[in-house]
Write a protein that binds this ligand. Structure first.
Ligand SMILES: [Ca+2]
Ligand SMILES: [Ca+2]
Length: 118
């Protein structure tokens, strides 16, 4: 589905859930392993919460400014036509980010907080 629909779908799952925010190299690896586990495709792509919809080249996780990044070589390259971020896995368990047209149909990865301990 489109980025917007994917974000809404994640929100509908549980309060506070959203498209995944990848905020460290460690988290990038964890998401990559997760993606590897659900797809046997050598190459696959998923929407993540990354976007520069509000201001060109000002990338955010929803409203949170991005610090850690893992763009593929040459990305982001879409200027105002590509305002949503996708996670791309290739052959191994490494993965990079790409800016993509938000209307593209993609798989997506949601993230939600761990339940509070009782
Ligand atoms: Ca853009
Ligand atoms: Ca791009």
């Amino acid at each position: 589905m489109t980025w917007e629909k994917a974000m809404n779908k994640c929100s509908s799952l549980e309060e506070g859930a959203h498209l995944v925010f990848i905020e460290s190299e460690q988290e990038n690896r964890a998401v990559s392993r997760l993606a590897l586990g659900v797809s046997c495709l050598k190459k696959a792509e998923w929407w993540i919460g990354l976007n520069d919809k509000d201001a060109e080249d000002s990338w955010k996780w929803n409203d949170t400014p991005v610090n850690y990044t893992n763009w593929n070589n040459g990305e982001p390259n879409g200027n105002k036509t590509e305002n949503c971020g996708e996670f791309k896995r290739w052959k191994d368990d490494n993965a990079w980010w790409n800016d993509r047209r938000c209307s593209k149909t993609n798989q997506f990865i949601c993230e939600m907080d761990a339940p509070a301990k009782l």
